[in-house]
Design a protein around this ligand. Structure first.
Ligand code: ADP
Ligand code: MG
Ligand code: MG
Ligand code: MG
Ligand code: MG
Length: 652
C-alpha cells in the first residue's frame, strides 16, 4: 500500500488506453497462479473478519451529529503497532473509501488454529474499538459500527464542513463533497473514473418510505440542482448521485481458507446461496440522505453507486463502441457457481479472448468462465508505476480487475509467493451496532461452512433464483416478511455428483437445460434458519455440528448464545437494526410522519446507538439480553503464524 499511495493515478483516458494490458497481463498472472497452486493440498481452515468503523463527531449543545473526516490522521496512530511489529500486532488497520471510515481486521494472523478462537472474535472486536477510542482521545469523535450514517449527503454532514462542488469536483455530486473521500489517491480516482467511464454521474433511486404526511408523489427540489436531480431523480424515490453515497457505507465481511482448490470452490457455491438470506437478516440501512427509505440495506445503493456501465452496456443504446451488454453493476451478486455448472442457468457475458487464453492454458472451463466474466470490466484505477508487471511474481493486474468486481462472494486466489491458500470471502452482510451481534454473524458463517462440510449439505438452487433472492432481501422488513427460494432437501446429492467434488466438472455453462424446479420452494427466513416440519433449518444443523465437536465450556456457551441470538433474529422475536432504527424514527417526538429524519432525530438516534455500543445502555430490544463469555476475554497473543495479505488495499 505504501507504494500505491505514492503512485500517480492515470487519467481515465490513459487508463482506458492501457486496459488491454491490464486484461492481458492480468489473465497471464492468473494462469501462472492457478498452475502453481491448483494442486496445493492440506491447508487448514483459517478465517478472519473485516469491520468498517465510522468516525462520528457530536455536538451535544447544538444537538448535531456528523461524520468526522479524521481517518487519515488516526490511521497514523492505529497502524503504528502493525508497522512496528508485523508478526505480533493484535489488530490490523487499513484505509477505506471514505475519509470518515477505517477498516479493522484481527491482527497479524487469521483465526483458525483451534475452536477456542470462536471465543476471541468478539474480544478482538472490542479491542479494536478500544484502540479507536485511544487514538481519538482528546477529540469529541467516537467510532460506530454503522452501515449508513442517516444524514450522509445532507447539507453539512461532515466535520469539518465542506460544500459539494457539482461543477468542479471529481464526483460532480450535488450532495457529497470530494473531501469526504479518503485522501488515498486510489479512491478519488475510482470516483472520477466511474463517472467518466459511465459517461454521466451514477443515478441511484431508492424508493422512499411513504408515511401519512409524505407528499404524494414525493418530488424533491434539490436547492443546488444543476439539472441532474430533476432529470435523473424519480418521483417517490430518494435520489443519490455518486460513488461516495454508496461506497461511503460500511459492511461486515468474512474470509475463509479452504483445504484445497476444490473445497474452496465448493464453499463458494454453497455460501453464495446464503448471501441473500444473511443480507436480509443483517439489514441495517433504512435511512438515506435524511429520509426513511423503503429498503433496509446498503446493497442496492452501493450497487448503483459504482455502476460504471455505459449506456450501450446498460442496453439503452445499440452496441457500437462497447463490446457487451452487461446486465449488472460491478457491485452485485455473483453470476455463476464455480463447481456446479448444472445450476448455472443464466447467460453471462464473458471476455472471449480471456476465456480462450485461459482454456488454452489449461484452466478448466468453469474457472475460465468465472475469470473471463470478471474480465469484462475495465480497470477503473491504474497507477503509472504499476503499469509494467511481472507475470510470475506479481498479481496486481489480476487483482486490479478482481478487486473492483465487488460481488456477493469473492473467490480469492493466493497471492504469488505467499503461504496463503485458496480463500473465499463472504461479503453481503450489513454491519451491526454491537460487537456481540457482529461476532455472532461472523462466527455463524464460519460454523455454517463447517456444517456444510461435515454433513455434506447441499444448499444449491439455480443461480437465477439466488439472484432473485437478492432482490427480495433488500426491501423493508424482508427478514420478517420476505419469502426466499431455498432448497427443500439439504442432504440431497445430485445423482451424478458423488465424485464431482474431487474433479471440478468441466463443460461450459449453461449445460443441457435441466429443471431443478422440484428441488426448491419459497420459505420465510424463520423456516430457513430455524426449520419447520420436516425441513431441518440451518441453525439446528449448526447446533448438531457444535454438539459433535470437542470444545471447552466457555466457547460452547458463547456459540450457543450466538446461535440463540440469530435464531431469535430469524424468528422475528428480535428486530433487525433496520427495523429498530426505523421504529426509533417513527416514534420520535420530532418526527412529522413525512419520512424526514431531521438533525435532531439523527442526533438522538446516533446518541442512542453510541450508548448501546459503549455498553451504557444495554439494548435488550436488539440483543434480547443475550451476551457472551467473550465479554471478559482478551485475545491470546502472540498468535501462531504470520501471514502476509494481498498487496491491494481498501474499499472492499
Ligand atoms: P480484503 O480487503 O481484500 O477483503 P483484508 O486483508 O482486509 O482483505 O481481510 C482479509 C481477512 O482475511 C482478514 O480478516 C484476515 O484476518 C483474514 N485472513 C488473512 N489470512 C487468511 C488466510 N490465509 N485464510 C483466511 N483468512 C485469512
Ligand atoms: Mg479491503
Ligand atoms: Mg473494507
Ligand atoms: Mg474484504
Ligand atoms: Mg479489507
Amino acid at each position: 500500500m505504501g507504494l500505491l499511495s505514492k503512485g500517480k493515478p492515470l487519467s481515465w483516458e490513459e487508463t482506458k488506453k492501457n486496459a488491454w494490458k491490464v486484461h492481458k497481463v492480468g489473465i497471464q498472472q492468473f494462469i501462472s497462479l492457478f498452475h502453481k497452486l491448483k494442486d496445493r493440498k492440506g491447508d487448514t481452515l483459517k478465517w478472519g473478519d473485516e469491520v468498517e468503523y465510522s468516525l462520528i463527531s457530536i455536538d451535544d449543545e447544538k444537538k448535531v451529529a456528523k461524520l468526522s473526516l479524521l481517518s487519515s490522521q488516526i490511521l497514523e496512530v492505529l497502524q503504528k503497532p502493525q508497522l512496528d511489529d508485523p508478526l505480533h500486532h493484535k489488530a490490523k488497520w487499513t484505509p477505506e473509501y471514505a475519509s470518515y471510515v477505517v477498516e479493522g481486521t484481527p491482527g497479524a494472523s487469521p483465526y483458525g488454529g483451534c475452536y477456542s478462537d470462536f471465543n476471541v472474535v468478539e474480544a478482538n472486536m472490542k479491542l479494536r474499538r478500544e484502540m479507536l477510542y485511544e487514538a481519538l482521545k482528546g477529540t469529541s469523535v467516537f467510532p460506530l459500527t454503522l452501515t449508513a450514517f442517516p444524514r450522509m449527503g445532507c447539507p453539512g454532514f461532515t466535520e469539518p464542513e465542506f460544500l459539494p462542488q457539482p461543477a468542479t469536483s471529481k464526483s460532480r455530486s450535488l450532495f457529497y463533497p470530494d473531501e469526504a473521500v479518503s485522501s488515498h489517491p486510489r479512491f478519488i480516482t475510482l470516483t472520477r473514473n466511474v463517472r467518466e467511464r459511465r459517461g454521466e454521474k451514477p443515478a441511484i433511486n431508492m424508493p422512499i418510505f411513504k408515511d401519512k404526511a409524505t407528499p404524494s408523489p414525493f418530488v424533491e427540489v434539490v436547492p443546488n440542482d444543476d439539472g441532474t436531480a430533476s432529470t435523473y431523480g424519480k418521483p417517490d424515490h430518494i435520489y443519490l448521485d455518486c460513488m461516495g453515497l454508496g461506497m461511503g457505507c460500511a459492511c461486515l465481511q468474512v474470509t475463509f481458507q479452504g483445504c484445497d482448490l476444490n473445497e474452496t470452490r465448493h464453499l463458494y457455491d454453497q455460501l453464495s446461496v446464503m448471501c441473500p438470506i444473511m443480507l436480509a437478516l443483517t439489514a441495517a440501512a433504512p435511512i438515506l440522505r435524511g429520509y426513511l427509505a423503503d429498503v433496509d440495506c446498503r446493497w442496492p445503493i452501493i450497487s448503483g453507486a459504482v455502476d460504471d456501465r455505459t449506456q450501450e452496456e446498460r442496453g439503452l443504446k445499440p452496441l457500437k463502441d462497447d463490446k457487451w451488454v452487461i446486465p449488472k453493476s460491478r457491485y452485485d451478486s455473483i453470476d455463476m457457481y464455480l463447481a456446479n455448472p448444472e445450476y448455472n442457468d443464466k447467460e453471462v457475458p464473458i471476455n472471449e479472448l480471456a476465456y480462450q487464453t485461459l482454456t488454452e492454458n489449461g484452466v478448466d472451463e468453469l474457472m475460465a468462465r468465472h475469470v473471463a466474466h470478471l474480465f469484462i470490466r475495465d480497470p477503473i484505477s491504474l497507477f503509472a508505476e504499476k503499469l509494467e508487471q511481472d507475470v510470475e511474481n506479481e498479481s496486481d493486474h489480476f487483482e486490479n480487475i478482481q478487486s473492483t468486481n465487488w460481488q456477493s462472494m469473492r473467490f480469492k486466489p493466493p497471492p504469488p509467493n505467499s503461504p496463503i491458500g485458496w480463500r473465499v470471502e463472504f461479503r453481503p452482510m450489513d454491519l451491526q451496532i454491537t460487537d456481540f451481534e457482529n461476532a455472532a454473524f461472523v462466527v455463524f458463517i464460519v460454523l455454517v461452512t463447517r456444517a456444510i462440510l461435515s454433513f455434506k449439505l447441499n444448499f444449491l438452487i439455480p443461480i437465477s433464483k439466488m439472484e432473485d433472492n437478492i432482490n427480495r432481501a433488500i426491501y423493508r422488513d424482508a427478514a420478517r416478511q420476505g419469502l426466499f427460494y431455498f432448497r427443500k432437501n439439504l442432504f440431497s446429492e445430485d445423482e451424478d455428483d458423488d465424485e464431482g467434488k474431487e474433479t471440478p466438472p468441466t463443460g461450459a455453462t449453461p449445460t443441457a437445460p435441466q429443471s431443478h424446479e422440484h428441488e426448491y420452494t419459497l420459505m420465510s427466513i424463520d423456516t430457513i434458519i430455524n426449520g419447520k416440519d420436516e425441513f431441518p433449518g440451518v441453525i439446528p444443523l449448526v447446533r448438531m455440528y457444535v454438539n459433535s465437536i470437542d470444545i471447552d465450556v466457555d466457547t460452547r456457551c458463547t456459540l450457543m448464545q450466538y446461535l440463540r441470538f440469530i435464531s431469535k433474529r430469524a424468528s422475528g422475536e428480535l428486530p433487525t437494526a433496520a427495523t429498530w432504527m426505523r421504529q426509533f424514527v417513527l416514534s420520535h417526538r420530532d418526527y412529522k410522519h413525512d419520512s424526514v429524519v431531521s438533525e435532531i432525530i439523527n442526533y438522538d438516534l446516533i446518541s442512542k446507538i453510541r450508548d448501546i455500543s459503549e455498553g451504557r445502555s444495554p439494548c435488550n430490544e436488539l440483543t434480547g439480553r443475550l451476551t457472551s463469555r467473550a465479554d471478559s476475554l482478551r485475545p491470546s497473543l502472540p498468535r501462531r503464524i504470520s501471514v502476509r495479505s494481498d498487496s491491494k488495499d481498501g474499499n472492499d
